[in-house]
Ligand binder design. Sequence first.
Ligand code: MF3
Ligand code: CO
Ligand code: CO
Length: 330
Amino acid sequence: MERIRSNSPCWCGANAKYKRCHGDRRLLRRDRVQIGAVGPPRPVPDHIERPDYVITGTVGTPRSYQIQDDESLPRLRRACRVAAEVLQEAGRAVAPGVTTDEIDAIAHRAYIERGAYPSDLHYKGFPKSVCTSVNGVICHGVPDDRPLDDGDIVNVDVTAYVEGMHGDTSATFVVGAVDEPTRALVETTRQATLRGIDAVRPGEPIRRIGEAIEPFARSRGFTVVREYGGHGIGATFHAAPQVHHHIARHDTERFQVGMSFTVEPMLLSGGTSFTQADDGWTERIDDDMPSAQFEHTVLVTEAGAEILTVTADGIGATSRTSVAVPAPPA
Ligand code: MF3
Ligand code: CO
Ligand code: CO
């Protein structure tokens, strides 16, 4: 798959140059997302079990893989199911005029109702229960009093701690009427996430994920963030391996049956440089062009990978029913 060029015919099959069709930067461009006021952390009832880092205030640097067995896997499944349910509830609340803090409140209640601790809350000092990343914010946006605007896109990233296990999942939602090139960014990111997961085979190198994602993204005119990858997850929130979403030729680590990790590519529609805001969290693209992300926690099986972050009905971040984006023409 070749990188698409401005004057090439658009990938969608319409009789137009890419730059006048899905590559129209005038439609993609957004105003800079201003950081709003952040309210106090939401309280978690005492009976809910906390991860270690909340109690000690420090996060270790684990080098170990997270390998599940018959005892741990059912617990990880339950954590991942809760994360998928919380994401679904949060996603239903996304609408023009709703603030990202209101989404945080809805997610926070959904975790608590299920006996889960919101893993983000007090992780390295993070003050809220989900991340909400709007438009040109690539990740780690802090929920605040900014109302979502018609035409925005917002990623909601949910991590639930249940029975000693973390389940991590996110989706990008469209707010009201979103232009076609921006919808295509979201839809391409959704498909890229599934392509990455489909590339998992026990014994194969982990770099197969990035080899599946990056050429696909580039064929539609998008680039892949290199600085943030997926991560091993289970009893530890962020563990080995580091999962690159771009082509990482020198990565020789391999998938093992029972390994659990996330796949969470961030795709960009403009430049690749970004800067952390003064809040110490929000990672904002310097040219304010929108970015999108989806995330699942997956398990390596004999056959490939199983997506764990799904509801009892099998619905998850990348299901069509979870995000209102039309399929682009093949
Ligand atoms: N859920 C994010 C991930 O995908 C991590 C968020 S950590 C926070 O790995 F502190 F920013 F919340
Ligand atoms: Co993650
Ligand atoms: Co996440």
